[in-house]
Design a protein around this ligand. Structure first.
Ligand SMILES: *Cc1c(COP(=O)(O)O)cnc(C)c1O
Length: 414
């Protein structure tokens, strides 16, 4: 009984506990915010507002009122910027994550005969691998010689920063770009983004991060770390709904650089002349100049709902504070209840992980355990070959969720 009291006490003392009511959660214990964040109740209201404006204003909705669609993407820029440690002019909500990686690589991957390599991780998310591979081919290079991957050491699951730095030094002059995750999607490992950026710049490479599992999960300081570019999706920890609009970051020092190659469209040109239909591109003096199309208002409305809740909760610093307590609580409950029957691939140091746990059942029947969890309505996810990912999200998961998860896991591991 002490453990249950423990969770109850922690929930009672939790200043963010009331935000759980801001979400509609599927039946059961929802621990897959790392894959698809839960729906904010007010997303219905925000989306309905736009449907109503569409119904009553028609095309005039583009220009009418504070929610004018022509500027709608600007409404989320500041909120997104604060989540990733950037200024408003460095962040834009547009497209999907993989699309943004391509658009940014067009600007930041500028291979030459001597400097043409892209460094990614060996277990990169397939889309990131495909993006890098196809960018290399598009420029007339061969992934066999231009795509460098850094693996964990034999018998290890996570990457060592020293190994990444060594590969950067080794390829030095031939390295054009580094693209790594902020948080690794499989193990949950947080990369040493500041150190890697400095090392990349030290050899003359550009450095970008895929923040799919980092945005809304951990604190980031993209501007201060001097990262060149970054992109992230918003449907994981930012709860924008399936296929939600992604984010993109370009460091301020690149924004005015007219020598950067860029795919351009009418949403990147000066809004004052845009509708005069001039064909002379007059780039918006922010990362907005990377926009191509007019913004998808309905998914952006859903994203705004979530970003407003995150702000009300005190932003990423407040979320992370609770998240660390939840991580420690889950660590402790797993240790006292399951001991070595369950292992975690996720680093133990708190500065090297976010809220996602990558659990392995040591007896080897992980898949059966995962299915039994599903049957008991504990929603986690399975990643081949043998990992159960579970992520207690501070905005809507309670300590009681974590407690029940461990109790059910113990039952099914038996
Ligand atoms: C979730 C995720 C994606 C998904 O890409 P989309 O373009 O949003 O479909 C890509 N890369 C990583 C690392 C991810 O975690």
């Amino acid at each position: 009984m002490t453990t249950l009291l423990d969770a109850t006490d922690l929930d009672a003392a939790d200043p963010l506990a009331r935000f759980r009511d801001e979400f509609e959660l599927p039946d059961g214990i929802y621990l897959v915010g790392n894959s698809l964040g839960a729906i904010p109740r007010r997303a219905r209201e925000y989306v309905n507002t736009e449907l109503d404006r569409w119904a009553t204003l028609g095309v005039e909705g583009h220009f009418t009122g504070e929610l004018a669609w022509k500027d709608y993407h600007v409404l989320v820029a500041d909120q997104m910027a604060r989540l990733v440690g950037a200024s408003t002019d460095e962040v834009v909500a547009m497209n999907g994550l993989s699309v943004n990686l391509h658009l940014l690589m067009i600007s930041f991957y500028r291979p030459t005969q001597t400097r043409h390599k892209i460094l990614i991780e060996d277990h990169a998310f397939p889309s990131d691998h495909f993006v890098a591979e196809s960018q290399i081919r598009q420029r007339g290079f061969d992934p066999a010689t231009s795509l460098i991957t850094v693996p964990p050491r034999d018998g290890e699951e996570t990457l060592r920063t020293e190994d990444i730095l060594e590969v950067i030094a080794e390829h030095g002059d031939s390295l054009a770009m580094i693209m790594l995750p902020g948080v690794q999607y499989y193990t949950g490992q947080v990369m040493a983004m500041a150190e890697i950026t400095a090392a990349g710049h030290g050899v003359g490479a550009t450095v970008g991060f895929d923040l799919a599992h980092a945005a809304g999960n951990i604190e980031l300081s993209l501007h201060e770390w001097d990262v060149d570019f970054a992109a992230w999706c918003s449907y994981k920890y930012l709860n924008s709904g399936p296929g939600g609009v992604a984010g993109a970051f370009v460091h301020q020092r690149h924004i005015d650089d007219q020598t950067l190659p860029k795919l351009i469209g009418w949403w990147g040109t000066n809004p004052d002349t845009r509708f005069k239909m001039a064909t002379e591109f007059d780039p918006i003096p922010t990362v907005d100049s990377w926009q191509l199309s007019n913004a998808p208002i309905l998914p952006l409305a859903a994203l705004r709902a979530s970003l407003d809740i995150i702000d009300e909760a005190g932003g990423i610093a407040a979320l992370r504070k609770k998240s660390v307590q939840q991580i420690e609580f889950l660590d402790r409950r797993l240790a006292e209840t399951l001991g070595d029957r369950v292992a975690s691939l996720t680093p133990t140091a708190l500065d090297q992980r976010g809220c996602q746990f990558a659990l392995q059942v040591t007896s080897g029947n992980g898949r059966e355990v995962f299915e039994a969890l599903e049957h008991a309505r504990v929603l986690c996810d399975w990643r081949e070959p043998d990992v159960i990912r579970a992520a207690p999200v501070p905005l809507y998961n309670s300590f009681a969720d974590i407690d029940r998860f461990v109790s059910i896991l113990e039952e099914v591991v038996q």
